[in-house]
Design a protein around this ligand. Sequence first.
Ligand SMILES: [Zn+2]
Ligand SMILES: [Zn+2]
Length: 311
Amino acid sequence: MSPEPLCSEAPACSLCGEPAVIHQRHAGRLLCGIHLIADLEHRVSGTIASQKQIVPGDCVAVALSGGKDSTALLLLLHRLFKSHNDIRFVAVTVDEGIDGYREATIRSAEGLARRLGVKHITVSFRELFGDSLDTILKDRETQACSICGILRKKALVKGAERAGATKLATGHNLDDEAQSVLMNVLRGDLMRLVRNSGADSGGRFIPRVKPLMYVQEKEIATYLVLQGIWSELPECPYAIHALRREVRSVLSGFEYRHPGTMLRLMENKKMIEAAFLGKTGGEPVGHCRECGDPCSGETCQLCQLRHSLGR
Ligand SMILES: [Zn+2]
Ligand SMILES: [Zn+2]
C-alpha cells in the first residue's frame, strides 16, 4: 500500500488545470475563478434568454437589499447588459425598519449602485404602511417572515412602479427556490407552489423575474469573493423564527450527500406547473375586492394581513 502524500496539492480546475475555487458537485467538476465567473454569466444569461426575462425596451427594477444575492444580481446584470442601450436598470431598496440590521445593508446597497452608476431608490415600510417592521411585529415575532414577506412584496412593487419599471428582478437563488418547493410540499400547499411561479398574471402588474434561480448560494458567495466585494453582513434578526431555516439546513445536507437534489426539486416544480396549466389553461387571476390588486381569492394577502393587524 502506497503512503498518502504528505502534502496534497490544491485541486485543479477541470477545464484549465489552474487551482480550483469551487467544486460543482452536481456537474461533477471543479472550476477556477475565471471559469466560475464565465460559467455563472453564461448560465444567468441563458436563464434570462430562455424565459425572456429581460427584453429590449425593458426598464428593470432590481430588488437590491444589499445582501449577497441581490448584490450579485445587480453586478451580473450590469456586466451582461452594460452595452445594451435599450435596457435600463433601477435599483430598488426596501427599508423595512429593522433596528441594528438594515443600516449596514442599505449603506452597502447605496455604495454598489453608486459605483455601477445605477439609479437607486428606497421605499420604507414607515412611509408605505405607517410603521417600521419592528413596531408592526411587536408580540408577533414568530410570524415575522410571513408578515414581512407580504409587506416587502408590496413595497417592491411600489418601488418598481415609481421607477416606471416594466420588470421586477429579484435575487432568489437555487437554494431559495428549492427551499420554497420543499416548504410548500411540507405545508401541503401545492397551489401556492404553482402560484409562486412568478409568471405574469394578466398584464396588470409588473412581471417578476429571477435570473439567479438556477445558481447555488455557494456559487454566488464565491462569485462575490472573486469580484472583491464580499463583506460579512449581519443576518436578519427575525430569521431564527422561520421554518425556512430548518428546511435550508435539511436541504443543504441532502444536496451535499446527493448532488443535484435542488435541481431535481425545481424539475418537480416545472412538471407540476406544466400539468396544472395544461388542465386549466392557466388560473384566471381575479382582483382583490378591497384594494384591486391581482389575487387568486376574494381578498389579497396584504388586505387580510391589514385586518389581522387591526390596521
Ligand atoms: Zn479554469
Ligand atoms: Zn387587497
